[in-house]
Design a binder for this molecule. Structure first.
Ligand code: PLP
Ligand code: COI
Length: 342
């Protein structure tokens, strides 16, 4: 792959696409400890064909962003939460944990080394940071690997869903992305492999992504393939699903806090029945990549349910977006510890 240079990039027209930046961080777990850690230039991995990541999906990842502030500084949003979530994903797949301090320090190193690729302040573009962990080495039975690679790479990105703050439509899926007591809570590669086909089917029918229903009865909304779901009820309660098979979104927990403490709203994590969508006047998808993406309409069993509007963002969603991104880009103070300078 050819490395990209900052001068080739149009920071005003970024999509959500891989780019081979100059530097990435890598550490190897061998003989019971992390070693050989540091920055590397090569974006290609040379691993054994017997690696558990290749056969048995022993891999997890994180997604986070570095933000350029108005005065040109760079900051991270709650990176310790990503570290802890990755530790939990690693526990689930019997992979070694990266301590929080090592994780956050490594993220900072990657951002600093590629600082010229952090988009300028002003249009919502960011440097997307992708920590990954995988089992490597020669294994053939279904066992955890002896060796692991932890790597962090990055690239500048714009909107994940094409609309940005303009609503787009979603559809429910007849498939499940994760089992009730499976790996849905963990950010593991297999969940995303399972979501590829339903996601492509949704795209082929003109939808941004699919919304998964609970894997037991297919009655309650779980989450979007790449983000959590939230709705604003007719009487202004911020509601988001609670389920053992959805990814605990850091953005979602941040919005629960901000809705309550900044907008004085009631919040609720509970059941969101697909046949009871009239209770919501607005709905959206939230996540690091998705930020807050308003859901215009949600199609289910051939019927389209429109929330606020298919073309305009609702007022509560807009307020939440302004508060969240205001903190992320350093325009307003956030709660203690949320913003970490690089
Ligand atoms: N749900 C899924 C399936 C995701 O992939 C993501 C992205 O990380 C999220 C939710 C949102 O999580 P976060 O807000 O921590 O990025
Ligand atoms: C993120 O929001 O960071 C994600 O990981 C979602 C998606 C790109 C898989």
């Amino acid at each position: 792959m050819t490395k990209v240079t900052a001068s080739e990039i149009d920071f005003n027209n970024l999509g959500f696409d891989y780019m081979d930046l100059p530097y990435r961080y890598q550490a190897i777990y061998r003989d019971g400890q992390w070693q050989d850690s540091g920055m590397v230039e090569d974006s290609t991995l040379h691993i054994s064909e017997g690696s558990t990541v290749l056969h048995y999906g022993q891999s997890d990842f994180e997604g986070m962003k570095a933000y350029r502030t108005k005065n040109g500084q760079i900051q991270l949003f709650r990176p310790d939460r990503n570290a802890v979530r990755m530790q939990k994903s690693c526990q689930r797949l019997l992979m070694p944990e990266v301590p929080t301090e090592m994780f956050v320090d490594a993220v900072k190193q990657v951002v600093k080394a590629n600082a010229g690729f952090v988009p300028p302040y002003g249009n919502g573009a960011t440097l997307y940071v992708r920590p990954i962990m995988m089992g490597v080495g020669g294994v053939i039975g279904v066992h955890p690997a002896d060796e692991y690679i932890f790597r962090i790479f990055a690239m500048p990105v714009g909107n994940y869903f094409k609309g940005g703050l303009t609503p787009t439509n979603f559809t429910t899926s007849e498939y499940d992305r994760a089992a009730h007591k499976g790996t849905g809570q963990s950010k593991v590669g297999g969940n995303y492999a399972a979501s590829l086909m339903p996601g492509e089917e949704a795209h082929a029918h003109g939808f941004s992504d699919c919304v998964y229903l609970d894997p037991v009865h297919h009655e309650k909304i779980e989450e979007v393939g790449s983000a959590n779901f939230f709705g604003i009820t007719q009487d202004d309660v911020f509601v988001t699903p609670k389920s053992p098979s959805i990814l605990p979104s850091i953005t979602k927990y941040s919005l629960l806090y901000l809705a309550e403490h900044e907008l004085g709203m009631k919040t609720e994590q509970g059941d969101v029945y697909i046949n009871d969508l009239d209770r919501f006047k607005e709905a959206g998808a939230c996540g690091t990549a998705a930020v807050i993406s308003p859901i215009g309409g949600l199609e289910h069993e051939g019927k389209m349910h429109v929330f606020y509007s298919e073309t305009e963002v609702g007022p509560v969603t807009r307020k939440l977006y302004d508060i969240l991104t205001g903190i992320q880009f350093g325009d307003r103070p956030g709660p203690e510890g949320w913003v970490v300078p690089v």
